[in-house]
Write a protein of this length. Structure first.
Length: 301
């Protein structure tokens, strides 16, 4: 059988569709028309004799074969960018799109407010920040970088400690003004606690009560940290919140700081085959840098 040589232009189209999951969006990024993008994908699938995408009204999702091809295509992309940079002296590698998956509170209150710093340094890199309860699968290449509470053990991942952070017990000034004083753990009985809905706790690290002296059931239960923060800020009750969200908020007061102090860790995760992709490394470095710089906020000190 005659070997079919792969075309970089076809691989480039494949990568863009795998990242955007939409032909129209990929076509726009590549400055091609949608018909050309579709034709090149079909040409690549015909050469490989495999189906690379599951096609639906919602878009194009990688098949198992597509997931297997992607790291090889990205190596070609990285080598191409490196060659351009070496030969032209320009920073061609610092362009393209990167998808980052983080916990909702960390994304909304810590990463998002600092994104302008990254985009001003790297205006040719497009950033997609996915900040919700449903973590994307790094091993299956649903995201380029993830920041998770639990440390994964998959062999195909690079995992490094990003930062520790603290959580404390908080209440709003308005709530405390209408309630009995809280001077010690014994004063907590009868107060309203805000916490997670048990069915929506996606990581054991979110079970904060087990690491404290608190033994009070939550009367108000919300699925996300951001929702809890807003509820507590507006007087719903007491809640254990990350210091990077609540520390410095004039509407909130930390309670029993010497008694209720929880430490958790964020882990920075990326596929091993992206370790030499410049845009991924630049964002990983950015996350590390801002966490080191904002250590006092993360620890609530």
């Amino acid at each position: 059988m005659q070997r079919q040589n792969l075309n970089w232009d076809d691989l480039r189209v494949f990568l863009e569709v795998s990242r955007t999951q939409l032909l129209s969006k990929a076509a726009s990024r590549l400055n091609l028309d949608q018909t050309t993008v579709s034709r090149r994908l079909q040409r690549l699938e015909d050469k490989l004799s495999v189906q690379l995408f599951e096609r639906s009204r919602r878009g194009h999702k990688l098949t198992q074969a597509g997931c297997a091809l992607r790291p090889y295509a990205e190596k070609v992309e990285s080598a191409t960018f490196s060659a351009q940079e070496s030969l032209t002296g320009t920073d061609q590698a610092l362009s393209g799109m990167i998808r980052v998956n983080v916990a909702d509170g960390f994304g909304a209150h810590f990463v998002a407010p600092r994104l302008a710093e990254f985009t001003s340094l790297h205006p040719a890199i497009e950033v997609e920040l996915v900040s919700n309860l449903n973590f994307l699968n790094v091993s299956q290449r649903e995201t380029d970088i993830a920041v998770h509470l639990a440390r994964p053990s998959a062999d195909n991942l690079i995992v490094q400690k990003l930062t520790d952070y603290h959580l404390k017990l908080y209440a709003s000034k308005d709530y405390l003004a209408k309630s009995e004083p809280i001077n010690g753990p014994n004063d907590l009985s009868g107060h309203t606690f805000v916490g997670y809905i048990d069915d929506f706790i996606y990581a054991s690290e979110l079970r904060y009560m087990e690491d404290t002296v608190l033994n009070e059931p939550s009367r108000v239960r919300l699925s996300s940290t951001v929702a809890q923060y807003h509820a507590v800020r507006n007087g719903a009750g007491l809640c254990i919140l990350p210091c990077f969200m609540a520390h410095g908020d004039s509407a909130l007061v930390p309670l029993l700081e010497e008694v209720v102090l929880v430490t958790r860790t964020f882990w920075l995760i990326m596929p091993k085959d992206l370790k030499n992709v410049a845009r991924v490394q630049s964002f990983a470095g950015f996350l590390t840098r801002i966490c080191q710089r904002e250590k006092s906020l993360l620890l609530g000190t």
